[in-house]
Design a protein around this ligand. Structure first.
Ligand code: AMP
Length: 302
């Protein structure tokens, strides 16, 4: 199959607290959320490492979603873990702890059969390991990339080396302003684009929607309006999974496809936040995605 997506990121145990409750050590991670979201479009291949505490039931969940886990290593030690708290504003989260565990000093090693994957998502992970992965790709056609404040603070130089090697760079509003040192999002998007990103910069604004800045056009989409956001964790990764999932499925990366892909990203993000962790996807059907997409279209047609 040549429309598979390579997803390099974290598999994690997340402990989250929101106004709707608390969950401890639930399955999370940037690669997990992105791969589950992308699995509604095509086959994701996860490249990552987990520890001895990663249970068989977690592996089964990935397999059930038809995610290829041949490039997932089990290492001595503990799985990456993360703790966060959200208040009444779902756009604001307080990260309480990040335990890199087995992902600290992890050097990804692509299986020969995965080196020629055309679509790639470099989800949240250390910039050094993202560069190692980029160096192993032999015929990537479309690479999207994400980061977090955790990495921006320490590794700005490496990030500046990554930007010219990716087609789309994803940031949330806070990260974009922090990285660009701009307080206006339009200026932030344009400034990051000028660092050499090949195609475009996406700035996600949680419940306020998202921007796409490219060298030829700008797109602004609202979020799908929800009355209840139970757990915002993974919204960004699910957005990315939907975006690249749609592009890989159609095999087209022209401007119009990119705009549609942004809408699919928007829908996948709106679904994931309706339940804790990846629970929403347990009962999600493809027709639910299309229904929501039609509703979003109606909302922005005038
Ligand atoms: P999001 O809400 O889309 O920004 O992503 C949240 C997910 O990213 C959680 O499931 C975390 O386990 C994972 N995560 C948090 N911090 C990091 C980090 N520094 N590196 C990799 N993954 C992370």
């Amino acid at each position: 199959m040549n429309n598979e997506i390579l997803i390099f990121g974290s598999l994690a145990f997340d402990s989250v607290q929101t106004p709707f409750g608390k969950r401890k050590n639930i399955l999370g991670g940037s690669a997990t959320h992105a791969a589950i979201s992308a699995s509604y479009f095509t086959t994701p291949i996860i490249v990552s490492a987990v520890g001895e505490d990663f249970l068989d039931e977690h592996m089964q969940l990935l397999k059930k979603n038809k995610i290829n886990i041949k490039n997932l290593e089990r290492k001595k030690g503990k799985t990456f873990a993360w703790e966060a708290r959200y208040g009444n504003n779902p756009n604001e989260r307080e990260v309480l702890a990040t335990y890199e565990n087995v992902l600290k000093d992890y050097s990804p090693s692509l299986l020969p059969e995965h080196k020629k994957t055309k679509y790639v998502f470099l989800a949240n992970n250390s910039p050094a390991s993202q560069i190692m992965l980029l160096d192993q790709l032999e015929s990537a056609e479309f690479v999207i990339w994400d980061t977090m404040t955790f990495w921006i603070d320490k590794y700005t130089d490496q990030i500046l080396k990554i930007l010219p090697r990716v087609d789309i760079a994803l940031f949330n509003d806070f990260e974009a302003m922090h990285f660009s040192k701009e307080t206006n999002l339009i200026k932030a998007g344009k400034k990051i684009l000028s660092k050499g990103v090949k195609k475009g910069v996406v700035i996600k604004k949680g419940e306020h929607g998202s921007f796409l800045f490219t060298h030829s056009f700008t797109l602004h989409l609202p979020a799908y309006p929800l009355e209840e956001v139970k757990d915002p964790t993974g919204a960004g990764d699910s957005f990315a999974g939907g975006l690249i999932g749609f592009l890989a499925k159609t095999g087209k990366v022209d401007d119009n496809s990119l705009k549609k892909a942004m809408a699919y990203g928007t829908i996948m993000a709106s679904l994931t936040v309706e339940e804790f962790g990846a629970d929403r996807f347990k009962k999600l059907k493809k027709k639910d995605i299309y229904k929501r997409l039609r509703e979003l279209k109606k909302l922005i047609k005038f």
